[in-house]
Design a protein around this ligand. Structure first.
Ligand SMILES: [Zn+2]
Ligand SMILES: [Zn+2]
Length: 363
């Protein structure tokens, strides 16, 4: 069967463009039930390249809502299992599997180049992290959330528009990693949901993503879908002045010849001595005893209370883990990927005057 035959019905849909879809890249973050359903829809619709990001493995409780997983996949990487199933659905789709946390799996440069990013996450903290990363590079984002009999989608297509973060309080925006759904932002734990609401929300997300890829951006930015009342309606979001997700990276982004397989030493060697290349997420350093090395500069944030991991060889004091986001603190032989730097990341470099330059790693 030729590609033309495959999309014969879609070509009858006004505005549908299989060629535009085949050239497009969609990033799907979160391969739980919603990510399964959304990735399936995008592959069937003919999106040419899918980047799947999720650090988790398939669990038995995923199987009742995840079209891409079977019982034999339990224990496997979600992104690997999903990639395999998607290639069976479409022999033309290119699928890349990133079995990492969202900040270590997909670089800012990749988000910037993507035609659309789908947020299929189940915690407020992860949602806000992805929203923040997309906002930095102005990547079009479609976020979905499911409740027991209802759901929501939120679009973030333009820096100047109200975003989902604007609808939250400052406390919620800085929230810890609590389970969360669209209707309950307390820490009560995950709400029940089903394949029915998952499929509905994923369908809305897909429709919004495809329209966005086609350059026909939907007029709404948030839709609430209620199956009990039979209502689905747009919800107006208002821009909050204190929402931090409206300040994209300013200034030139310099292409860096190195990629994330390079070492920290190789990267810092390309920088003038006063320039401080940073990572967006902190990486662990080997613990060092404050008593035996009293002049050691305290690096990074305070460690969590009680997070003692080992004891000093010399004095026996408990050692606390240390973290940093300065690449000059990392072991020179550590690869950037090992430090949690994703492919095509855009690294901030703090200059002696306190301003920043931006360096985009190559692929
Ligand atoms: Zn906002
Ligand atoms: Zn010591």
């Amino acid at each position: 069967m030729t590609g033309e035959d495959r999309f014969a019905r879609e070509r009858l849909v006004p505005g549908w463009d299989p060629e535009a879809f085949s050239r497009a890249t969609a990033v799907v973050v979160g391969l739980g039930a919603l990510g399964n359903e959304a990735a399936k829809n995008l592959a069937l619709a003919g999106i040419g390249r899918l980047v799947l990001c999720d650090p988790d493995t398939v669990e038995a409780t995923n199987l009742s809502r995840s079209v891409l997983f079977g019982p034999h996949d339990v224990g496997r990487s979600k992104t690997e299992a999903a990639a395999e199933a998607l290639r069976r659905l479409s022999n033309s789709v290119v699928v890349e599997s990133r079995a990492h946390d969202l900040a270590a799996g997909v670089g800012l440069g990749e988000l910037a180049s993507a035609d659309v990013v789908l947020s299929c996450l189940d915690s407020l903290r992860s949602r806000m992290r992805l929203l923040g990363r997309c906002a930095l590079v102005e990547a079009p984002l479609v976020d979905g959330a499911t409740g027991p009999w209802e759901g929501e989608i939120r679009l973030r297509l333009d820096t100047q528009e109200a975003c989902y973060g604007c609808t939250l309080t400052a406390h919620q925006r800085s929230s810890a990693d609590v389970p969360w759904s669209c209707l309950d932002d307390t820490t009560a734990g995950p709400l029940g949901t089903s394949i029915a609401t998952t499929a509905l929300v994923a369908a809305w997300m897909t429709q919004a993503a495809l329209r966005s890829v086609l350059g026909m951006r939907p007029p709404y930015r948030m839709v609430r879908i209620e199956t009990l009342t039979g209502r689905s309606e747009p919800v107006l979001m208002t821009r909050a002045p204190d929402c931090p997700h409206h300040r994209p990276i300013q200034g030139d982004i310099t292409p860096c010849p190195l990629n994330n397989r390079a070492t920290a030493g190789e990267l810092t060697a390309t920088m003038p001595p006063g320039d401080e290349p940073l990572t967006w997420s902190r990486f662990p350093l080997s613990p060092r005893c404050r008593a035996c090395h009293p002049y050691t500069e305290a690096v990074g944030d305070r460690p969590a209370a009680g997070s003692l991991v080992s004891r000093c060889d010399r004095c026996g004091r408990g050692l606390r883990p240390r973290f940093s986001n300065r690449l000059r603190d990392a072991a020179p032989k550590a690869r950037l990927a090992e430090l949690g730097v994703p492919p095509q990341e855009i690294l901030p470099v703090r200059r002696p005057r306190g301003d920043y330059t931006w360096h985009r790693l190559s692929s």
